[in-house]
Design a protein around this ligand. Structure first.
Ligand SMILES: NC(=O)c1ccc[n+]([C@@H]2O[C@H](COP(=O)([O-])OP(=O)(O)OC[C@H]3O[C@@H](n4cnc5c(N)ncnc54)[C@H](O)[C@@H]3O)[C@@H](O)[C@H]2O)c1
Length: 332
């Protein structure tokens, strides 16, 4: 076992948002690393109960991160590590529901930090977003020292707010906090929906022989990172003392255009329906996105392993294995 994974052996871990796309994979990886007990707190607003692995040392608590009683209950398990992934996700959802976004991503994060401080946890890992805090004008590749205060959606604002609260708790209370700036994470575990990411939705429509809606010119690029690599980065953050108080991009350093993605997914699914051009959303001003992971490589030894081709194959296979459940969980 890699040395950083041994940090979790026999430990108690709280994963908020553990029924979601990334959190469910993280929960599985923590069990594989020998965690003694994993408490998953999730209100199932976008995740799915069946996504949480079944094991005797998993405790699933259905509730919201803004509820003080629920937080008392999960912190009574005395977690050593807290991975705070629960969030009101993502841009369009926040444009449609800005108050819910602030409540969960702002107040929820503040409450989690405060309970973690009182519980003296040994690490608090916060899931921030590299697609948020850099805004639309940052130079490529995106590096950790650039943040923008001209952001385009409430979600981008509350992800930055979460980082600011993390810094406050680190600076004032010395809470051992680390921030992950995740880029476009994709992989098994993400169920499709109105507010979900492009890959889960393209896969869902391609299987139904529908044409894939490509926004803008289709030449817009994003930095897609496979969920297994994102989880590996999060676990390194939790286990590396040098990371405390700092922030790290979690990305692939590769640009993939949305048109390329649509073509690949149609090919994998044998979908003859092609694509359809649709207008870009008014808040979406980013034409290219690519991160630098130099810092994560240097400090954490982080190196993504799954390229877009094999990552998409794994998503397709997960969709095939779980098609009935995915259809029942899709939120459109
Ligand atoms: N997926 C990405 O591309 C991406 C990119 C950057 C950052 N992130 C961040 O990573 C984290 C996980 O993202 P994801 O893709 O797994 O999203 P997700 O929506 O699949 O997972 C979030 C989970 O949190 C739960 N949740 C929402 N509100 C809650 C609340 N009030 N109380 C308790 N649980 C609640 C949802 O039911 C869901 O299971 C989020 O914080 C997100 O902002 C994700």
């Amino acid at each position: 076992m890699n040395s950083y994974l041994s940090a979790y052996q026999g430990k108690r871990v709280l994963v908020t948002g553990g029924a979601g796309a990334i959190g469910s994979n993280l929960t599985t990886a923590l069990l594989d690393a020998g965690a003694g007990r994993v408490v998953v707190l999730d209100d199932l607003s976008s995740g799915a109960r069946w996504n949480v692995p079944g094991a005797s040392n998993i405790v699933f608590v259905q509730g919201t991160v803004t509820d003080g009683e629920v937080l008392k209950q999960v912190f009574s398990e005395r977690p050593n590590f807290v991975f705070h992934l629960a969030a009101h996700f993502a841009n369009q959802n926040s444009v449609d529901h800005p108050e819910a976004d602030l409540e969960v991503n702002g107040l929820g994060t503040l409450k989690l930090l405060d309970h973690s401080r009182l519980a003296r946890v040994s690490r608090f890992v916060f899931a921030s977003s590299g697609c948020s805090v850099y805004g639309s004008q940052a130079p490529l590749p995106l590096r950790e020292d650039f943040v923008s205060i001209n952001l385009d959606t409430p979600y981008q604002i509350t992800k930055l707010l979460g980082e600011l609260y993390c810094n406050y708790f680190f600076n004032y209370y010395k809470l051992p906090v680390v921030r992950a700036r995740l880029f476009n994470v994709y992989g098994p575990g993400e169920t499709p929906g109105k507010y979900r990411n492009v890959i889960a939705n393209f896969m869902y429509w391609a299987r139904q022989r529908k044409s894939l809606p490509v926004m803008g010119t289709g030449e817009e690029t994003r930095d897609f990172v496979y969920v297994g690599d994102a989880v590996d980065g999060l676990m390194r953050l939790g286990a590396t003392p040098e990371a405390i108080g700092d922030v790290f991009n979690m990305a692939s350093e590769k640009e993939t255009s949305v048109m390329d993605l649509a073509d690949r997914i149609n090919r994998i699914c044998g979908n003859p329906a092609g694509i359809q051009a649709v207008p870009r959303r008014a808040w979406d001003k980013v034409t290219r996105r690519r991160a630098s992971i130099d810092k994560a490589r240097r400090v954490l030894g982080y190196q993504p392993k799954t390229d877009i081709h094999s990552g998409l194959e794994q998503v397709a296979s997960w969709f095939s294995r779980n098609w009935d459940r995915i259809q029942a969980s899709a939120r459109f």
